[in-house]
Write a protein that binds this ligand. Structure first.
Ligand code: NAP
Length: 289
């Protein structure tokens, strides 16, 4: 019995052990006198007792066992440091499984690549310039249906390196191919999705084609970017939604729906707490896709 419970729960744990069994107490709150439990082998331990050298040896044994797949790491939930309050609340209510790990947001790295969709558009251009002048980003991948050559030239003049790709963001294969162009030396660190199309109309006037026109770049594009980058260690994944999704705009039924999807996707992505662990496939806590 490996125990960390206390008081009547520790009593219950003790009762569970058969005569001659071992009871290992890892808790600190309720350490018992081994002499009072002659029926079993009672031992409380403190990790520090082993000393740094032996602890190192033990960690080596564990790492070898993890690498060989003999042991699987405990499931964990990684929570952004800025949500530490929620994490501690969950911990205090014992609503978690495994460990809760606080992660520090990755700062924007100059060596990383920023992907901007809708780069020929108004906001795509503004964001790209801001990434370079305000955030020091030096490598950008600009996606739009027609190549964003003019913006690329501007960014080059500002000291950045911009790669231009003509790509329909609603086409998953095309987005995957564009992402595959990012050199490993400058991994993807920022995604900004501004691509969008308007085709305003009241619900009664909408046709499948009109809905499709609006939903494809915004919704399908966002979904592909999300799917294809969810295991990337990003500093930022930014979706350009609109208040139209919350407030509603006359004649913007399709656009409203598209933006509400983006809001929901952003919330969903935030709740996907698990980051890829160092043992791909071994971590029990990866949420279903
Ligand atoms: N401007 C605003 O005041 C405002 C307010 C709220 C929300 N927003 C949102 O912010 C985003 C950007 O707005 P904006 O004013 O900059 O729009 P914009 O000037 O019309 O630019 C949108 C860009 O999206 C690109 N695009 C459309 N479909 C695409 C596709 N399938 N694949 C790749 N690119 C595609 C277009 O590229 P091409 O040039 O190649 O066709 C266009 O350059 C939109 O999502 C919009 O809903 C804007």
């Amino acid at each position: 019995m490996l125990n960390s419970l206390a008081y009547e729960f520790a009593d219950a744990s003790l009762r569970l052990v058969r005569a001659g069994g071992r009871f290992i107490e890892m808790g600190k709150t309720d350490i018992r006198d081994a002499a009072e439990h002659p029926r079993l082998r009672y031992r409380a331990f403190d990790l520090k007792q082993a000393g740094p050298e032996r602890t190192g040896e033990l960690l080596d044994i564990l790492l070898t066992a993890f690498a060989a797949g003999t042991l699987r790491p405990l499931p964990y939930t990684a929570v952004d440091l800025r949500r530490a309050r929620d994490a501690f609340r969950q911990l205090s209510q014992a609503r978690h499984i495994g460990k809760i790990v606080l992660t520090v947001p990755r700062p924007v790295e100059e060596s990383g690549t920023a992907l901007v969709t809708g780069a020929r558009g108004t906001l795509g251009g503004i964001v790209a310039r801001h990434l370079v002048t305000g955030w020091g980003v030096r490598r950008l991948l600009l996606l739009s249906r027609e190549p964003a050559d003019r913006l690329a030239k501007e960014l080059t003049a500002l000291g950045a390196e911009a790669t231009v790709v003509a790509c329909d963001v609603a086409d998953r294969e095309a987005v995957a191919a564009a992402l595959a162009q990012i050199p490993t030396a400058h991994p993807l660190r920022i995604v900004v999705h501004t691509a969008g199309v308007l085709d305003d109309g009241l619900v009664t006037e909408l046709t499948a084609d009109r809905l499709d026109r609006v939903l494809r770049p915004k919704v399908d594009g966002a979904r592909h970017l999300h799917d294809l980058t969810r295991d990337a260690d990003l500093s930022a994944f930014v979706l350009f939604s609109s208040a139209a999704g919350v407030l509603g705009g006359p004649g913007q039924a399709d656009y409203g729906a598209a933006n509400t999807y983006l809001d929901a996707l952003a919330g969903h992505r935030r709740t996907l707490a698990c980051r890829p662990c160092r043992w791909p496939g071994a971590c029990g806590s990866r949420p279903a896709r």
